[in-house]
Design a protein around this ligand. Structure first.
Ligand code: J2J
Length: 550
């Protein structure tokens, strides 16, 4: 692989995946043109009042790809992308695929703290942002980040207010010149299918988020096979409400899985029930994907007869634990089938199948998509547990990379010597042959599907004036499932409060969803026999405290 710091699959596995037809040896940009040839005049994307056809999408992506080349971008380069759900996101993603540029998919709430880290880690050659989004000036921040690179890098902007010196991404998507000739020129720049196509952010690791290099071969299989399992066809109208930077709406099967079969992908700026319901009614949406926290809000509004939701056939729910009551009520409430999804940006995807018995749909998180997915459920010593017992899930497979990008030390812990990815999830096999997620070993807070690293929060809070030590905890939240709590041992100086912590996080430019929502002052932390903070006991104490104070 071209980029230093990627971990390839062993040769014999690559051959096996190719021989089985999982890997098809063509880059995603090539697939884009196949889709255009098969579904040419059909509509591919809807974004508000804008409708983009399959051929138009391919021609525009090519126009942009050539402009990226003229900016000096090419095979092996990485591009930091922070865009909301919009058709330009998809066009930019595909343009990158034509020329071997890999987008690094940042989340919209990310701020300086995260963007600077990602720009540095991936040594990005350009940054793409909206001018503003939800009142935040992304363009100014992107310019600042671009200026910190060893050589200044171009800033690409989607919006009406493009500052001088920045590249107007919408203008770069305009069609000029002969499309066929351009296509021929770009075909010569096509990357190898074994190279990195995109970088996803990991939700499941310690410390600052790691990034996951997904190849053309593996990601094409990821969304194609997901589409088969979920019954995506040319008749599918898929609504993307979760942010496209997430694996789930992007490729599980998501927008890419929809485009691969000639369906229609509707891009929604927000999962808010009114916005999403209006899109469902207007476009006769058949399938969508949400996290449990969004499903919960939708169910509360499902009785609102203003919107016609009868087109909805399947709602995929994943990303965090789906409470039993919600699992029971969601299908009947929305008038469609529930599909549980237990997935991860690191690869392995499990889905219940639409025709599974209702007990399986409600009580399990599904089974792997591929016969080539390997799964082990192991105890603390790494030994397989008896069938049906709970243990940590380890996995390998054709779309589960063998290591994080540029993280050799972390990879030694996160992967076994023979390439199994340690998910940090506690699971068991249900008698039906599906997996049930029982808990997790890894130190993170799953805040409505958005993952927050305990280590990262603790490191930040320890730097707040007046804090001697800090321990972050996942505390229950009725709407989000979990939220970030912080226990603080005060030191010298001002007494830390939630307000001082908030102000500190904001000044450091940390994404708001990582900011602790509850703060407890304590005198000491309980310790485990090996001298680490015993978070389980600490959490129990805090929950007992909270109960008393209610
Ligand atoms: C409990 N925990 C779950 C579930 C993920 C589809 C769906 C989700 C993700 C995702 C994804 C869960 N019940 N149903 O990438 O393509 C927790 C596990 C897992 C971690 C992965 C997709 N579904 N989880 O959530 O990379 O702890 O991917 O290891 O963000 O979310 O997080 P992430």
């Amino acid at each position: 692989m071209k980029r230093a710091g990627t971990v390839p699959w062993p040769e014999h596995e690559a051959e096996r995946y190719t021989a089985a037809g999982h890997w098809r040896g063509r880059p995603l940009g090539d697939w884009m043109w196949s889709w255009s040839e098969s579904y040419g005049s059909r509509t591919a994307l809807v974004d508000g009042a804008t409708r983009i056809g399959y051929r138009e999408l391919a021609v525009r992506a090519d126009a942009l790809a050539e402009r990226l080349v003229s900016l000096g971008l090419g095979d092996g380069d990485n591009l930091l992308v922070q865009l909301p759900n919009c058709w330009e996101f998809v066009a930019l993603f595909l343009a990158c695929q034509r020329i071997g540029v890999a987008p690094v998919l940042a989340l919209m709430p990310h701020r300086e703290h995260e963007l600077e880290y990602l720009a540095e880690l991936a040594d990005v050659a350009a940054i793409a942002v909206p001018d503003t989004c939800r009142d935040f000036d992304h363009q100014t921040l992107a310019a600042k980040i671009a200026g910190t690179r060893p050589r200044p890098v171009p800033v690409l902007v989607v919006g009406d207010r493009v500052e001088p010196g920045h590249v107007d991404l919408r203008a770069a998507l305009r069609i000029e010149g002969d499309a066929e000739e351009r296509r021929g020129r770009l075909d010569e720049r096509a990357p190898d299918a074994g190279e990195v196509a995109l970088f996803l952010l990991s939700g499941g690791t310690t410390g600052l988020p790691k990034i996951i290099a997904r190849t053309h071969n593996d990601y094409e299989y990821n969304f194609r096979r997901s589409g088969e399992v979920c019954g995506f066809t040319a008749e599918t109208t898929y609504l993307a409400v979760l942010p496209l930077a997430h694996n789930f709406p992007l490729g599980c099967p998501g927008v890419l899985g929809t485009l691969a079969v000639g369906g229609l992908a509707v891009l929604s700026p927000s999962p808010h029930p009114r916005t999403a319901f209006a899109e469902i009614a207007r476009e006769r949406v058949t399938i969508t994907s949400v996290v449990p926290a969004v499903a919960h809000r939708w169910l509360e509004h499902a009785g609102d007869r203003t919107y016609d939701l009868t087109s909805l056939e399947l709602v995929q729910v994943g990303g965090s634990v789906l409470p039993a009551e919600l699992a029971r009520e969601l299908g009947p409430g929305l008038g469609c089938t529930l599909q549980q999804v237990y997935g991860m940006a690191e690869g392995l995807l499990n889905y219940t199948r639409p025709d599974d018995p209702s007990q399986v749909l409600r009580e399990t998180q599904g089974r792997p998509i591929s016969e080539a997915d390997e799964i082990l459920v192991v105890d603390a010593e790494g030994r397989p547990v008896p069938d049906g017992a709970t243990g940590e899930l380890l996995t390998r497979g054709p779309y589960t990379p063998r290591g994080y990008y540029r993280a050799p030390q972390h990879n030694q812990r996160a992967f076994t010597a023979d390439g199994w990815y340690r998910t940090g999830d506690l699971v068991r096999w249900h008698p039906s042959g599906n997996l049930v997620v029982e808990g997790r070993l890894k130190d993170l807070v799953n805040r409505g599907g958005e993952k927050v690293s305990i280590d990262e929060v603790e490191d930040l809070v320890r730097a707040v004036p007046g804090v001697a030590d800090a321990a972050a905890l996942a505390l229950p939240d009725p709407a989000l499932g979990e939220r970030v709590g912080i226990c603080v041992i005060p030191g010298d100086g001002p007494r830390p409060t939630l307000e001082t912590v908030h102000a500190f996080f904001a000044a450091r430019g940390v994404a708001a969803f990582k900011t602790p929502e509850l703060l407890y002052l304590v005198e000491e932390f309980p310790l485990t026999p090996v001298g680490k903070v015993d978070r389980r006991t600490l959490r129990e104490r805090i929950l007992a405290l909270a109960e008393v104070s209610v």
